[in-house]
Structures are given as structure tokens and as C-alpha cells.
Design a protein around this ligand. Structure first.
Ligand SMILES: NC(=O)c1ccc[n+]([C@@H]2O[C@H](COP(=O)([O-])OP(=O)(O)OC[C@H]3O[C@@H](n4cnc5c(N)ncnc54)[C@H](OP(=O)(O)O)[C@@H]3O)[C@@H](O)[C@H]2O)c1
Length: 294
């Protein structure tokens, strides 16, 4: 009999990929809130994670063998303007789920972000000091600390910006960009904002591979340190788009509601020593372009 996985954020962008990567080996209960997921290989569970009583009841009913908690309010600008609402999901609900997993003594995976760093250094290791610039980064940083305090055996994966299949979320980072170019719109991409950008499918395959192998903080991200411009040019090449529409820009010329760090590239040696080996951005883009549906 398969083990039972409770996946929060199943209707989200990363959830889309995790559902498909885990479905063969796990019975998945996918928690959604305002939206639904379009996948027959998992059992949908409607639950607002800030409703602790309801969530506790679901745990009692389902009795999961493991939990992957990806649900979050991940829009940094929204968090900046809605601190209390985002705190209740990003921090309080995360703490609560960690507490329940500790009570059940089951593996608990929390997805955090590279934005816990200030971006002054780049190629951050798990031991580097956090110093988030945005409310979203701060909430994730607090959640990491609180989770590991409540349940030291929990696993915290710090993730980079991810790209993936358009049907996962048409508005995701890469597809908004492709859409603009197809409509003939000029697009400016920063040459001085660096990330260890990675495909969400590679990240999900990594989370699958590392399941149960580690605890504490682990960086799970791409192998390359790419500027937004570098990545954009890769997308242009693979999808045969008009690269002439891309202009080079500087992060310093734009004021964002949520301050954005310059270089939050991540050192992934720890994850690679555990067997994580993501596709390069080129390989993953080719996979998306050729497979189309996943
Ligand atoms: N995407 C990235 O590039 C990126 C980069 C670094 C880290 N991360 C982290 O990775 C995780 C997944 O990100 P994502 O891009 O998949 O996010 P997303 O597409 O915005 O999805 C967020 C998910 O959270 C759920 N959710 C939000 N509030 C909820 C609530 N009160 N109760 C229950 N569910 C709730 C949403 O459910 P409904 O839609 O059904 O309401 C949705 O399934 C997050 O923890 C994020 O911080 C993402």
C-alpha cells in the first residue's frame, strides 16, 4: 500500500509539479483554498490553512505519513501591503502545521525562499546569515526559525525563482515574458539581478529524491547563477522568439514596492551531496518546449 502524502498548495505553481512527480509513489491529499487543481491522481481537500481546527480535523481523518507544505502568500508586493493577512498564512499556519507534524512524528517539508538573504554576497550557503529585505522574505525567515524550533527534524528547502509548464500557471514568471514578446512588446530584463533559477519540475524531482534523507535547511536550486537577462536570452533561443525586443536594464533604475535583493544565488553543494542534480536551465527549457504537457 502506498504511503499518504498531505500536500498543501496543491493548486499552486509548485504544487502542480509536485503532484505529478509524487503521484506514482504516494497517495496524495492535495490541500487547496480558493482554487482547484486539475489532476486526477490526487484527492482534493478544501481547507483554509488559517483555520486550525479544520486543519487538525483533516490530519486526524487522513493520518498522513508525510507533509509537504508549499502553501503561501508568495506575492512579495501583496505581502508588503498586507502584513497581517500574509503573516497568518506564511508564519502562523506554517508553525501550526509543523506542530501537528511534530505531534504525529511524521516528516515535514517546508518550502522557503532565497529572499531570506539581502543579496549583497551571492552564492549563499545554508550557514550564511539571513537578512531579508522584504516583508515576504522576513515572514519566510521567521517561519524557518519557528518551524525548526517547534520541530527540529523538519526539512526546510530554500528555493529560487522557478519556471515551468504554462498550464501550471499561465502567469508564471517565464510565460508572462514569452507572452509579451509574442505580442511584439519590448521587455527590459535586469543584467544585475542574479538568481539560481531552476525549473519547477527539477525542483520537484529533487524534493522527491531527497524525501526522508535530510532535515534542517537545504538549498534546492539551479546549478547556474543567472541574471534575469541571461535567462531571458535562453528562453528566446529555445522558443525561437524575437530577442531584439529585449532591452538590458538595471535593477537600480526601478523602484519596487517590495525591495528586491541583487544577488541571492544559492550554493547547492549540500543538496547535490545528497543526490540532487537539477537539469540546467537550457535542458529544462528544452524539456518544456518539446514535452509541452506534463
Ligand atoms: N514560485 C517561485 O518562483 C518560488 C520561489 C521561491 C520560493 N517559493 C515558495 O514555494 C512555495 C510555492 O510557491 P508557488 O509559486 O507554487 O505559489 P502559488 O502558485 O502562489 O501558490 C500558492 C498556494 O498556496 C495556497 N494558499 C494560499 N493561502 C492559503 C490558505 N489560507 N489556505 C490554504 N492554501 C492557501 C494557494 O491555494 P489557492 O490558490 O487554492 O487559494 C496555492 O495553492 C511557496 O512556499 C513559496 O514561498 C516559490
Amino acid at each position: 500500500m502506498k504511503k499518504k502524502l498531505l500536500l498543501t498548495g496543491a493548486s499552486g505553481f509548485l504544487g502542480y509539479h509536485l503532484l505529478r512527480v509524487f503521484a506514482n509513489d504516494w497517495d496524495i491529499y492535495g490541500i487547496t483554498n480558493a482554487n482547484e487543481f486539475d489532476f486526477t491522481g490526487a484527492i482534493p481537500v478544501k481547507c483554509d490553512l488559517t483555520n486550525y481546527i479544520e486543519l487538525g480535523n483533516y490530519f486526524d481523518d487522513i493520518e498522513p505519513d508525510a507533509v509537504i507544505h508549499t502553501a503561501a502568500i508568495a506575492d512579495a508586493n501583496f505581502c508588503e501591503q498586507n502584513k497581517e493577512v500574509s503573516h497568518s498564512v506564511n508564519v502562523e499556519a506554517s508553525k501550526n502545521i509543523a506542530g501537528i507534524c511534530c505531534d504525529f512524528q511524521i516528516p515535514f517539508v517546508f518550502t522557503s525562499t532565497d529572499l531570506v538573504f539581502d543579496g549583497k554576497k551571492g552564492m549563499y550557503t545554508e550557514e550564511d546569515e539571513k537578512n531579508p529585505l522584504s516583508v515576504y522574505g522576513e515572514q519566510k525567515a521567521i517561519a524557518e526559525d519557528e518551524i525548526l524550533k517547534i520541530y527540529p527534524e523538519a526539512t526546510v528547502y530554500r528555493l529560487p525563482i522557478m519556471f515551468g509548464y504554462p498550464q501550471a500557471s499561465p502567469e508564471n514568471y517565464m510565460h508572462g515574458f514569452i507572452k509579451r514578446l509574442k505580442q511584439g512588446e519590448e521587455t527590459t530584463l535586469f543584467v544585475d539581478e542574479y538568481r539560481s533559477i531552476c525549473g519547477a519540475r527539477s525542483i520537484s524531482e529533487g524534493i522527491f529524491k531527497l524525501m526522508g534523507k535530510t532535515s534542517g535547511i537545504v538549498h534546492v536550486a539551479g546549478r547556474e547563477r543567472l541574471s534575469r537577462y541571461d535567462f531571458g536570452m535562453k528562453v528566446v533561443k529555445v522558443f525561437d522568439l524575437n530577442g531584439g525586443l529585449i532591452k538590458q536594464g538595471s535593477q537600480k533604475d526601478v523602484v519596487n514596492m517590495a525591495p528586491r535583493p541583487a544577488d541571492v544565488s544559492l550554493n547547492i553543494n549540500k543538496a547535490m551531496a545528497l543526490g540532487f542534480y537539477p537539469m540546467s536551465a537550457d535542458e529544462e527549457l528544452e524539456r518544456i518546449a518539446t514535452e509541452k504537457y506534463f
